[in-house]
Design a protein around this ligand. Structure first.
Ligand SMILES: [Zn+2]
Length: 342
């Protein structure tokens, strides 16, 4: 981060992190070596779309600042910000599971044969490009190989498994790596006014994607889920085996949020272990529940906490591979019972 600040101002200050990618794009702007096709690769919520929009601004800005920074004030920048610029075209799957050959033929291939309305470039932002069908990719192949001078295609994808090698070889590939949790927490508090306690928790949950952290910070559902789960966890050591098993219902009701539930469980028991090992509240992520963490931590032995954490980790792996959710829940609850009933 300091490296970026040392030699020039951040070209896209509204995008948190991703300095190497920004530098690459800035160099292309400064040296006028813009490629006709870029592939932005990275997980959901990591900032691909935000950066694509900023790059489009930089390409089309009529009054760029030093270092090709978009001014943010000209008509071009403002219409891009509101999503209404005629030379910035968004393509996506819409309601469908994949991006069809028709969408690409009409929206990209034919459209690109028409000159830009009022700019030097025409920018095509293909969202969730990993959903392009093989036919759609084949349809854009010729355009990507011999684009008009003004055509710039930005493919945004979470992974590249479905791309044809012929498409990949024509794109400049830019990989978005997860942001450090500290950077995310800081962005949440400084830019979006989220409390520090909440920011730390949402950052820990984001897997390094700021968009995800922001979604969680704004989600009432997530807050409610966490409250309910915490109540159960706080009372867990005092419950009878039959009470614990009855908690199956809660897991069933929130089956759609299984990823969040197991993530929260992992954080909870992680905090118990961290407190036990270090006794330092700065390392607790559930900061607003600090006293409950301290109390619960005393009830378990280090070994018991390690076992529960490894069971939760195993379950997360299994669920990622489409394992049976109900079985996983039962397994976890039984483990918790075994650990806590003496
Ligand atoms: Zn501008």
């Amino acid at each position: 981060m300091n490296r970026q600040q040392s030699h020039t101002q951040d070209i896209f200050p509204s995008v948190v992190g991703h300095h190497e990618i920004k530098e690459h794009l800035q160099a292309a702007l400064v040296h006028d070596t813009i490629s006709h096709a870029y592939l932005f690769e990275g997980m959901e919520g990591i900032g691909k779309r935000t950066l694509a929009r900023q790059f489009a601004k930089a390409l089309l800005c009529t009054q760029p600042l030093e270092g090709h920074r978009p001014c943010g004030k000209c008509v071009s920048c403002q219409t891009i910000a509101s999503g209404n610029h005629p030379d910035v075209i968004y393509l996506n799957a819409g309601e469908k599971a994949s991006i069809s050959v028709e969408t690409i033929r009409e929206g990209l291939v034919q459209d690109m044969s028409v000159m830009p309305y009022r700019s030097r470039f025409k920018v095509y932002i293909v969202e969730e490009a990993h959903r392009l069908t093989v036919q759609a990719q084949n349809a854009m192949l010729k355009t990507i190989e011999e684009p008009p001078e003004y055509g710039v295609i930005l493919l945004l994808a979470t992974n590249i498994q479905n791309f044809l090698p012929t498409i990949l070889s024509r794109c400049v590939r830019l990989r978005f790596v997860p942001l450090p949790y500290g950077t995310i927490g800081q962005a949440l508090t400084e830019r979006y006014g989220v409390s520090e306690e909440k920011a730390a928790l949402c950052a820990a949950f984001s897997q390094g994607a700021l968009g995800r952290a922001m979604e969680l910070a704004a989600s009432e559902e997530f807050g409610a889920l966490r409250q309910e789960l915490s109540r159960f966890l706080i009372e867990l050591p005092t419950k009878k085996e039959s009470d614990v098993l009855q908690f199956e219902d809660f897991f069933e009701q929130h089956k759609d949020q299984q990823e969040q539930i197991f993530g929260l469980l992992l954080l909870w028991f992680r905090d118990l272990l961290v407190w036990k090992e270090m006794g330092d509240e700065r390392w607790i992520l559930n900061r607003d529940m600090q006293s409950a963490i301290v109390d619960s931590s005393a009830i378990y032995s280090r070994g018991e906490l390690m076992t529960i954490l490894s069971v939760i980790g195993d379950i997360q792996d299994k669920l990622k591979r489409n394992g049976n959710y109900s079985l996983a829940v039962d397994w976890l609850l039984l483990n918790m019972v075994r650990r806590t009933m003496h």
